[in-house]
Design a protein around this ligand. Structure first.
Ligand SMILES: Cc1cc2nc3c(=O)[nH]c(=O)nc-3n(C[C@H](O)[C@H](O)[C@H](O)COP(=O)(O)O)c2cc1C
Length: 186
C-alpha cells in the first residue's frame, strides 16, 4: 500500500443543490460535502460551506436551508450552480422554485427529492461553516417511489468524485444490507 498523505477518499458523494433565501431572493449552491449525523428522529444533516460563498449569510439570516437531489438530467444546471455565485447571477431562475413548511427554504421542482432543514447549529471551522440542520420535511415525486419509499434507482442521483473531478451515475444493487453478510455468522 502506498501512503498518499491525508487525502480524503470518501467519494463518491451525492451532489446536492442547497437552497436558501439570500438578500430576499432564492439562491442555489451545489454541495457535495453533505453529512448524515445520526439515524432516527429528529434527523440531523450537515452541509459544509466555504465561508466565501454567498449562500452562508442567507442560511444564518433565515435559519433554514433545503437539500435537493438533482437527477442525472440536471448535470449541466448542477455544475453551473457550482461554478457561478448568487452574488452575480440569479441561479434560481433556472428552476421552478417551491416552498414547504418552513417557507424560507427554497426547493426545486425538477429535483425528484427535496428536503427542508431548520438550522440547528453552526460549527465554525477556519475556512468553512458547517451548517447542521434538523430535517423538517421531505418531498418526493411519485415517479421515484416504490411502495411509498424513495427508490434510489429511480432518482438517478448525480455522484461526485473529487479525485477525478467527474460526475458518475449510480450502479446496480449488489445485495441486501443487514442480510447478505448473515452467511458468515456462526
Ligand atoms: C460538484 C461540486 C460540488 C461542490 N461542493 C461544494 C461543497 O460541498 N462545499 C462548498 O463550500 N462548495 C462546494 N462547491 C462550490 C460551490 O458550489 C460554488 O463555489 C458556488 O458557486 C457558490 O455559490 P454561492 O456563492 O451562490 O453560494 C461545489 C461545486 C461543485 C461544482
Amino acid at each position: 500500500m502506498k501512503k498518499l498523505g491525508p487525502v480524503n477518499a470518501l467519494y463518491p458523494m451525492p451532489c446536492t443543490l442547497v437552497g436558501a433565501i439570500v438578500e430576499g431572493r432564492p439562491n442555489f449552491i451545489t454541495v457535495a460535502h453533505v453529512g448524515i449525523l445520526n439515524s432516527g428522529k429528529p434527523q440531523y444533516l450537515s452541509i459544509g460551506l466555504n465561508k466565501a460563498h454567498y449562500t452562508n449569510a442567507g442560511i444564518k439570516a433565515n435559519g433554514a436551508f433545503s437539500i435537493c437531489l438533482p437527477p442525472e438530467s440536471l448535470i449541466v444546471e448542477t455544475d453551473y450552480c457550482g461554478i457561478v455565485s448568487g452574488k452575480t447571477k440569479d441561479k434560481a431562475s433556472l428552476f421552478d422554485v417551491f416552498y414547504g413548511t418552513l417557507e424560507t427554504a427554497p426547493m426545486i421542482r425538477q429535483c425528484p427529492v427535496c428536503m427542508e432543514c431548520s438550522l440547528d447549529r453552526i460549527l465554525n471551522f477556519e475556512s468553512h461553516d458547517i451548517f447542521i440542520g434538523q430535517l423538517v420535511e421531505t418531498y418526493a415525486e411519485d415517479s421515484v417511489l416504490t411502495e411509498g419509499a424513495i427508490d434510489i434507482s429511480k432518482v438517478k442521483p448525480l455522484l461526485f468524485d473529487m479525485a477525478s473531478r467527474k460526475y458518475f451515475s449510480l450502479g446496480q444493487s449488489l445485495g441486501n444490507c443487514w442480510s447478505i453478510g448473515k452467511g458468515l455468522k456462526r
